[in-house]
Design a protein around this ligand. Structure first.
Ligand code: DAK
Length: 258
């Protein structure tokens, strides 16, 4: 692939958007390659993914403005759908995804990070939805996901004002879970991914599904979603081993994803 690198390190898969000259901006080719990369992840072996950008300046500086500038309404809609489909695939991916945000996360860059389960960033990270300054609305889910993560008031202030925020503010408003010096970002992401990867995969997967699907439902329905995913863990090898290890006061031998 030209614009997306993929590396598997044990149970952790690392996806790197690799278009450093354009600050990793998302054009159609990047979106297509991301889609293919996700389809090719070995879900038997990989238990957590990390998404990052190449270089030390930018995670993703948005959708590709050059490519978008001449789109017709119909083409704009098709481009929006391509992005939305990939972002949704990431959001509903059975395995958790950590965004390791190494610099600019603007427009589509902020949006793709919000399709991930957990965001951590480097001290030089900058977040924002600058679209209204370009004459468009956020188009890859930004109006929806930002409001859900940081609250309606903050999201509206950022989007209407096209106001960028730095890492410390992103941390303060809960957009990222932690901030690291740039050289510590990937080790921290890998450490966190390793912790997640050690836990029972079916339980982690079902927790992700329960949180995501429950958030889109009313509480009565959400509790039923949780009940079913909770029940689904039982009779699995990993549920039996996890509970047996507790009762026998020993460490879990291995979670086998079955
Ligand atoms: N697209 C294309 N190229 C970009 C880019 C982008 N978003 N961001 C940066 N680049 C390119 C620059 O053009 C430059 O290329 P060369 O001139 O060297 O060929 C190279 O990356 C380095 O950028 P700069 O020279 O500008 O670097 P600086 O350090 O001076 O500035 C910056 C860094 C991140 C502040 C600046 O590059 C910048 O403001 N970039 C644009 C950021 C931005 O506005 N991003 C949001 C894009 S809008 C939708 C679908 C999607 C979307 C909306 C609707 N539908 C169809 C429904 C999403 C929209 C967006 O994401």
């Amino acid at each position: 692939m030209e614009f997306v690198l993929y590396e598997q390190r044990g149970a952790v898969g690392i996806i790197t958007i690799n278009r450093e000259k354009a600050l990793n901006a998302l054009n159609s080719a990047v979106l297509d390659e991301l889609d293919k990369t996700l389809d090719a992840v070995n879900q038997e072996e990989v238990r957590c993914l990390i998404l990052t950008g190449a270089g030390q300046k930018s995670f993703v500086a948005g959708a590709d403005i050059g490519e978008m500038s001449s789109l017709t309404k119909k083409e704009g809609e098709a481009f929006g759908k391509k992005g939305n489909d990939v972002f949704r695939k990431l959001e509903t991916f059975p395995i958790p995804v950590i965004a390791a945000i190494n610099g600019f996360a603007l427009g589509g860059g902020c949006e793709i990070s919000m399709s991930c389960d957990i965001r951590i960033c480097s001290e030089n990270a900058v977040f924002g939805q600058p679209e209204v300054g370009l004459g468009i609305t956020p188009g890859f889910g930004g109006t929806q996901r930002l409001a859900r993560i940081v609250g309606v008031g903050k999201a509206k202030e950022m989007i209407y004002g096209a106001r960028n925020i730095k890492a410390d503010e992103a941390y303060r408003i809960g957009l990222v879970n932690n901030v690291y010096p740039i050289e510590e970002l990937m080790p921290a992401a890998e450490k966190l991914a390793g912790i997640i990867a050690k836990n029972a995969p079916i339980a982690v997967r079902n927790s992700k599904k329960a949180i995501n699907e429950g958030l889109d439902a009313g509480m009565d329905e959400a509790i039923v979603i949780e009940e079913k995913l909770f029940g689904d863990c039982f009779e699995s090898h990993d549920q039996k081993e996890g509970m047996a290890a507790f009762m026998e006061k020993r460490k879990v031998e291995a979670f086998l994803n079955k």
